[in-house]
Design a protein around this ligand. Structure first.
Ligand SMILES: Nc1ncnc2c1ncn2[C@@H]1O[C@H](COP(=O)(O)OP(=O)(O)OP(=O)(O)O)[C@@H](O)[C@H]1O
Length: 205
């Protein structure tokens, strides 16, 4: 299988300190890749660059067909979805409407009710993000990303606010997306992640 998204020879410094040095990574349809490394090793930096929210000092990020042939920063949600560490749900929309908003961009919208059930959010669907817990908001952000049916999904510490049972739900949902063909890249310290991943990429070691 050919890559959907390629980082090639990417380097990035913050405040004069090198964070990523000549890093290359290919993401292929149907795989779940675990991005591991110590705190401060550059996992979020790599994800931000992969998603087009940060620019490398050198090196390239390329989206390959069937991804739209535009820079990563211009990819629509149904091509490239992101679960940021900050979670960033739309505060004025209910949990269900956050999913519905993302699903509007999907070419083949996943079943939103099923997504809410899979992530133990069904009973909270009509609440605003401010009316649910941080962990529930985080699962909402995962559900929203999945609702766009993305070709590539990038997730930054998506289980950081979860207990073990709910972390399993999050990782299972991401695994199922990979099994349906999404290329999934997950940065995490969670030891459970390796059980769900096809391969592990370590940064900063
Ligand atoms: N905007 C910024 N300005 C300056 N330094 C930054 C900035 N963003 C990140 N850094 C530094 O770059 C390094 C890598 O940060 P990054 O957030 O990518 O690490 P991480 O592996 O995701 O860490 P964690 O596991 O703690 O989330 C750290 O030393 C961090 O302090």
């Amino acid at each position: 299988m050919s890559a959907l998204l390629s980082l090639s020879d990417v380097s990035r410094s913050h405040g004069g300190m090198p964070v990523l040095r000549h890093t290359s990574l290919d993401l292929t349809a149907g795989e779940l890749v675990a991005l591991t490394g110590p705190s401060g090793s550059g996992k979020s930096t790599l994800l931000m660059i992969a998603g087009g929210w940060d620019t490398p000092d050198s090196g390239t990020v390329t989206a390959h067909p069937p991804m739209p042939e535009v820079p990563v920063s211009e990819q629509p949600w149904h091509a490239l979805a992101f679960v940021p560490q900050s979670i960033a749900l739309f505060e004025e929309l209910t949990v269900a409407d956050n999913l519905a908003f993302a699903a509007r961009t999907a070419t083949e919208p996943p079943d939103q009710s099923k997504l809410l059930e899979t992530l133990d959010l069904a009973k909270l669907a009509d609440r605003l993000p401010s009316e649910v817990s941080r962990g529930e908001q985080q699962r909402g952000a995962v559900a929203r990303a999945l609702a766009s049916g993305p070709l590539v999904l990038l997730a930054d510490e998506p289980t950081s606010h979860q207990d073990r049972a709910h972390a399993e739900m999050v990782l299972t949902a991401l695994r199922q997306a990979a099994d349906r063909g999404t290329a999934v890249l997950v940065a995490s310290h969670d030891p459970l992640l390796a059980e769900h991943a096809d391969r592990v990429v370590a940064v900063g070691e």
